[in-house]
Design a protein around this ligand. Structure first.
Ligand code: DQA
Length: 155
């Protein structure tokens, strides 16, 4: 794989509350701790991570659009927008950047309204249910994807 890869790590609504938000569901790590773990893991794979958390759909969409200029991949936990946002789905489909959908909790083992992801069909895959480790698996999934694709999609 060529030089440094750059990944947009995008966390959606309510994920700023990690650490105190339903810890029995989402664990005790704060968002800062989560981001630090992802950054350290990614760095060991030669990947630079840029992170944004927003509670606003439009801000997430803007970040996805801007990523066209620099990102080789996106790791996206869209929170509840996973289940509702056609606009986010269209943004990911529109930029064509390989995107891994992640969830801390296993959305398929929870309420039925969480079983549907509008985003999953246009992502390269979905990782759900492994807490912070879901994000580390997503880094590995991108590395695997780039290797398999022959790294042709460099901005
Ligand atoms: C979540 C699962 C979503 O259903 C929920 O709305 C979230 C977090 C997760 O990481 O498990 O906000 O994306």
């Amino acid at each position: 794989m060529p030089t440094t890869r750059r990944v947009l790590l995008l966390n959606g609504p309510n994920l700023n509350l990690l650490g105190t938000r339903e810890p029995q569901v989402y664990g005790s790590a704060t968002l800062d701790e989560l981001v630090q773990r992802v950054e350290a893991f990614a760095q060991a794979h030669g990947i630079e991570v840029r992170h944004l958390q927003s509670n606003h759909e439009g801000a997430l969409i803007d970040a996805i659009h801007e990523a066209r200029a620099w990102a080789h991949g996106i790791i996206l936990n869209a929170g509840a927008y996973t289940h509702t946002s056609v606009a986010l789905r269209d943004a990911i489909a529109g930029v064509g950047i390989p995107t891994v959908e992640v969830h801390l909790s296993n959305i398929h083992a929870r309420e039925s309204f969480r079983h549907t992801s509008l985003i999953a069909p246009i992502c390269i895959g979905q990782i759900s249910g492994f807490g912070v480790y879901s994000y580390l698996l997503a880094v590995q999934a991108l590395v695997y994807h780039w290797q398999r694709e022959g790294s042709s999609s460099v901005p």
